[in-house]
Design a protein around this ligand. Structure first.
Ligand SMILES: NC(=O)C1=CN([C@@H]2O[C@H](COP(=O)(O)OP(=O)(O)OC[C@H]3O[C@@H](n4cnc5c(N)ncnc54)[C@H](O)[C@@H]3O)[C@@H](O)[C@H]2O)[C@@H](O)CC1
Ligand SMILES: [K+]
Length: 475
């Protein structure tokens, strides 16, 4: 499991550790790790030109001490001071002693640099970059130099992943002690480049603010039939989806469900012929969901149109229910809140915005806050799809972030596949948070495997799930 911790938690752990270490030891650990990462990126340190952008806090201190280490190995290091009178004094002394200099011509130094270290602000930063810092970050981006962010790209919000003004765009980020949520959540995540974590010995709490499942975590969650399993014991998932107008959504949700580990898929709705045509193994039913026979979980909503009655009927079932697409529009909030069995909502940003009564752009700018708010408002687990897919449970920490997303998934019908897949995992007995995050993981990996750099359709994604499952199990 990859975990991320908010600024307050990181600071508390730092204080606790600093009290037991000699003065400055922690910053030296950070700087040593940072310098080693830079040396690796440079290949040859001797003779390389390096520019440090240094702000007023300890983030600048890290950059200065790392710059000093690179200068001692023969790099030509120049520092651009953004707040000369508030620069980390020890760091600047160390840099000068090692042969580094304060830049007299920042434009020229940046243009000629192979590596630019962004030590403008770290976890003490608030809001976007100030104009002068933004100008220098722009020069660094234009110079072709490799930009390494110290702890996090300056200008992004460490706790939320929000970017509220100009911010550094890094090619790599070297972060200290713990991942910060902003390094894993868009739009900030898009600015980090490859992230490397330097262990500085922090003692962190057992519960993170954010976590990302890794292969082994997902493998441990996936259902495996035992010798005594039969199709009913493996779980039956009911799919209430599709309409005369949108039969394809039903087919795609069933396609996802068949790959999710349930023993049987039951389809209820007007697209039964299309479903059977493509997947004859599906059990179909023409009446209302409540008369369709026993299931262990329902999926309701993809391509449903305005069939509010079908949504009501499914929500009345005393089993886990996943609500997606049209179902989100039709599900009554009080009814969802009153359910005793778990509910899982799977909106994209537009649907989440409609449920929260805000603009889509607001959800996209503040994904972490939005998914949490929605989970509280509905008393339900929420999977928020998009550039970074998040899963939040009501009252629950940590929020899960999916690490396998790919922009190839932005294709019609891929959400229908995801809802079927997650519903199937629910029916197989996974908790809503686990079903949602394992499904998102498999779905993203399936899209990558199917795409291999070329466009894919939703059916390709469904067909890629089996390969993704095998890859996860193989580690
Ligand atoms: N506390 C510790 O023990 C350690 C801290 N480390 C480093 O210290 C950093 C935190 O240092 P600080 O708490 O000094 O804070 P920062 O260095 O992140 O920045 C705070 C300073 O920047 C100014 N500032 C805030 N927002 C700004 C903005 N948008 N534009 C320009 N200036 C802005 C503030 O006025 C303040 O002077 C970490 O990110 C990490 O890099 C590491 O050395 C590891 C150990
Ligand atoms: K930084």
């Amino acid at each position: 499991m990859r975990t991320a911790f908010g600024v307050e938690t990181v600071r508390a752990a730092e204080r606790e550790l600093m009290a037991r270490l000699p003065e400055g030891a922690l910053m030296q650990r950070a700087a040593a790790g940072l310098a080693a990462a830079c040396a690796e990126l440079l290949g040859k340190v001797y003779g390389s030109r390096v520019v440090l952008l240094v702000g007023s806090g300890d983030n600048g201190g890290d950059a200065l001490y790392a710059g000093a280490r690179l200068a001692r190995r023969g790099a030509g290091v120049a520092v651009v001071l953004l707040a000369p009178e508030r620069t980390h004094a020890g760091g600047l002394r160390a840099l000068r002693a090692a042969g580094g200099r304060v830049s007299a011509a920042p434009e020229r130094d940046i243009a000629g640099a192979r590596l630019v270290l962004d030590g403008i602000v770290g976890i003490g930063g608030r809001g976007g970059l100030r104009p002068e810092a933004a100008r220098l970050a722009g020069l660094a981006a234009a110079s072709g130099a490799f930009v390494v962010a110290v702890d996090l790209p300056s200008g992004v919000e460490a706790d939320t992943g929000e970017v509220r003004g100009p911010a550094v765009r890094a090619d790599a980020t070297v972060t200290f002690g713990a991942y910060k949520p902003g390094l894993l959540v868009d739009p900030a995540q898009e600015r980090t480049g490859a992230v490397r974590l330097i262990d500085i010995g922090l003692d962190l709490p057992a519960t993170a603010d954010l976590e990302a499942l890794q292969y082994a975590d997902v493998a441990a969650l996936l259902p495996v039939p035992g010798a005594g399993s039969d199709k009913y014991r493996r779980g039956v998932v009911g799919i209430a989806a599709g309409s005369a107008r949108y039969p394809g959504a039903a087919v795609l949700a069933v396609a996802g469900a068949l790959r999710g580990g349930a023993g049987a898929v039951r389809y209820v709705g007007p697209a039964a012929d299309a479903v059977i045509d493509r997947y004859p193994e599906t059990l179909v039913h023409a009446g209302p969901p409540s008369k369709a026979g026993r299931v262990q979980a329902w999926v309701v909503g993809p391509g449903l149109g305005d069939d509010a009655e079908r949504v009501r009927d499914v929500l009345a079932a005393d089993v886990p229910v996943l609500v997606d697409a049209d179902g989100l529009r039709l599900a009554d909030r009080a009814t969802v809140r009153a359910r005793t069995a778990p509910t899982l909502l799977t909106p994209h940003a537009g649907e989440a915005a409609a449920l929260l009564g805000v603009d889509r752009a607001e959800v996209e700018a503040a994904r972490l806050a939005s998914v949490r708010r929605l989970a509280e408002a509905y008393g339900a687990t929420v999977l928020l799809k998009g550039s970074t897919t998040l899963v939040a449970a009501p009252g629950g920490r940590p929020v899960r972030v999916n690490p396998t997303g790919t922009s190839w998934l932005a294709t019609a019908g891929s959400g229908d596949v995801l809802s079927g897949l997650a519903g199937s995992l629910l029916a197989a007995g996974l908790s809503p948070v686990d079903a949602a995050s394992a499904a998102a993981f498999l779905h993203g990996l399936a899209a990558r495997l199917a795409a291999r750099g070329a466009p894919v359709g939703a059916q390709d994604v469904a067909e890629g799930v089996r390969g993704a499952w095998r890859e996860v199990v193989a580690g």
